[in-house]
Design a protein around this ligand. Structure first.
Ligand SMILES: [Zn+2]
Length: 175
């Protein structure tokens, strides 16, 4: 049984028992995420388990959502399923975030040591949507019409597969 995760909470308290939490958050609450979507309707479902690792509090869990995005090839809107596992380390400042080893993804608590569930999940959600959204292979009308001109322009293979939240924000700011 998962307990409902409060919208704002203290990770330090959550880490004292091994409780599994769940949260359902309307998409519209993710103010930085929704500008890249074609519709604000829907919810994000997440689970969260808090634990201690050395000096840090870690939250890990899964998030799932179906978000409406526009296919950049045929311009139709389609639902992109998001299912991802995340693991984040709580820190209390930007400086502490920078001091973390590279394989730790930080999330920064406020001056009271609290965090809002939206702030916990928003960067993870943004990372799950490709910068260029397209229908999956074989499901795009435009691709069927002009088969052959779909040269992939993805990043070079093996090169920094996981984007950092900051890189995504940088790109969003260009629009
Ligand atoms: Zn398409």
């Amino acid at each position: 049984m998962a307990k409902p995760l409060p919208s704002r909470f203290n990770p330090d308290l959550m880490a004292r028992d091994g409780t599994r939490y769940s949260a359902t958050v309307p998409l519209v609450q993710f103010k930085r995420f929704v500008p890249i979507l074609a519709s604000l309707e829907g919810d994000v479902h997440a689970t969260a388990v808090f634990s201690r690792r050395k000096d840090h509090i870690v939250v890990s869990g899964e998030l799932a959502a179906g978000v409406s995005v526009q296919c950049q090839r045929c311009l139709d809107v389609f639902v992109l399923p998001i299912e991802s596992r995340y693991e984040l380390v709580f820190v209390d400042s930007e400086a502490a975030a920078r001091a973390l080893p590279d394989d730790f993804d930080p999330v920064i608590t406020d001056d009271k040591g609290h965090i809002h569930v939206v702030d916990l999940l928003e960067d993870e959600l943004i990372l799950q949507v490709p910068l260029v959204t397209r229908h999956p292979d074989g499901q795009c009308v435009a691709a069927q019409r002009s088969f052959g001109d779909i040269a992939p322009q993805e990043a070079e293979p093996g090169k920094d597969k996981k984007q950092r939240p900051f890189d995504v924000l940088k790109n969003l700011n260009l629009h």
